[in-house]
Design a protein around this ligand. Structure first.
Ligand SMILES: [Zn+2]
Ligand SMILES: [Zn+2]
Length: 343
């Protein structure tokens, strides 16, 4: 018996009668993490990992009916044993382990295998069947060690400072922003953030994640020298808006896994691209799949067909799951075919 099947509402566990990251409102939803394509409004009961509670309540509403589990804690529901295990993607992200009559399935949600100081590290969980994402499921996607990326941001910031220019860094507000804050050298200068980011920074701080001090851009008067010395962090939507005018002369950059692609950088029109992703790269996906020991693999979103074909060539029983998950980084950047060249 399949422990997870694709239904119009989302991924469904028939013996347990609950959904995992449903895209339509359901009675019981197990949520892998708080990104908008996985945690949606309107379900009656939510179950998620305890470290993600603040994120889910800030995004879905403080009043949601939410039960939380510590990582590794087991509960039983209709004879299905369920536990949540760190996915290493963002604060509170979890893989869902299901066990029923000796069969073990793991639904990973989004994950990465490189350690991230702002969340618990990815834990490999043995299973018979593994449900994986494939956002960066092409052999061209190979991440540099994050220390190198952070050092690159620091250098760019210092150079701008020396030239009297503001440094505007665009990145996704939940997960990426906090990982960057944690990784950069905060002694270089003040860090200013767009108003949309600070509430999420606060959720991380409340959860015990150490982040450097940040100032809201709106708290700094026009013409204040901190605007030119500082690192300014903003969500991609702020790019090209009137909000940018206050910075005068600036250099801008975008931090995303898609920045590996010259075309994506060109479309963004930014001075610099920093290749930093909260998703596993091609070696990371393949490592996670091999490590869990599964003989059967379902691929949910991203470069589904390419990963499925690759896994079949390795002798695995691999197939696609049709889902409505996207990419929080910006799906508009995803290549439409596999031939786009890395730069
Ligand atoms: Zn995500
Ligand atoms: Zn996702």
């Amino acid at each position: 018996m399949d422990l997870v099947i694709a239904r119009p509402e989302g991924l469904y566990c028939p013996p347990g009668d609950f959904y995992i990251d449903p895209w339509r409102p359901v009675e019981r939803a197990v949520i892998t993490h708080g990104h908008g394509d996985h945690a949606r409004w309107g379900s009656q009961h939510y179950l998620a990992a305890a470290p993600g509670e603040g994120i889910l309540r800030s995004r879905l509403g403080a009043e949601i009916n939410l039960q939380t589990l510590a990582y590794g804690e087991r509960i039983n529901h209709h004879d299905v044993t369920l536990s949540l295990h760190p996915a290493g993607h963002v604060l509170g992200s979890a893989q869902v382990r299901l066990e029923y009559r000796g069969e073990v399935w793991v639904a990973s949600g989004d994950y990465k295998v490189e350690p991230d100081a702002t969340c618990a590290p990815f834990e490999s969980v043995r299973c018979h069947t593994f449900i994986t994402e494939s956002t960066f499921g092409l052999p061209i996607y190979r991440w540099q060690p994050q220390a190198q990326i952070f050092a690159g941001v620091d250098d760019w910031w210092r150079q701008n400072q020396a030239a009297g220019r503001a440094s505007v860094l665009f990145c996704y507000a939940f997960g990426k922003a906090q990982r960057l804050l944690q990784g950069i050298d905060a002694s270089i200068g003040p860090i200013l953030v767009h108003g949309a980011m600070e509430p999420l920074n606060q959720v991380y701080r409340d959860a015990g994640v150490a982040l450097p001090d940040t100032l809201r851009v709106s708290e700094v008067p026009k013409g204040d020298p901190r605007l030119r010395q500082g690192l300014i962090m903003a969500p991609p939507s702020a790019g090209g808006s009137t909000w940018m005018r206050r910075f005068g002369d600036y250099s801008d950059a975008f931090a995303s896994g898609w920045m590996l692609l010259r075309g994506a950088r060109r479309r963004r029109g930014v001075d610099r691209g920093f290749v930093l992703s909260d998703h596993a790269d091609w070696p990371g996906l393949n490592w996670a799949i091999a490590e869990c020991g599964a003989e059967r693999v379902f691929v949910t979103h991203g470069s589904v067909n390419i990963l499925v074909r690759h896994l079949r060539e390795q002798g695995l029983d691999a197939q696609a799951f049709d889902t409505e998950y996207g990419d929080e980084d910006d799906s508009a950047e995803a290549p439409t075919d596999a031939t786009q060249e890395p730069a």
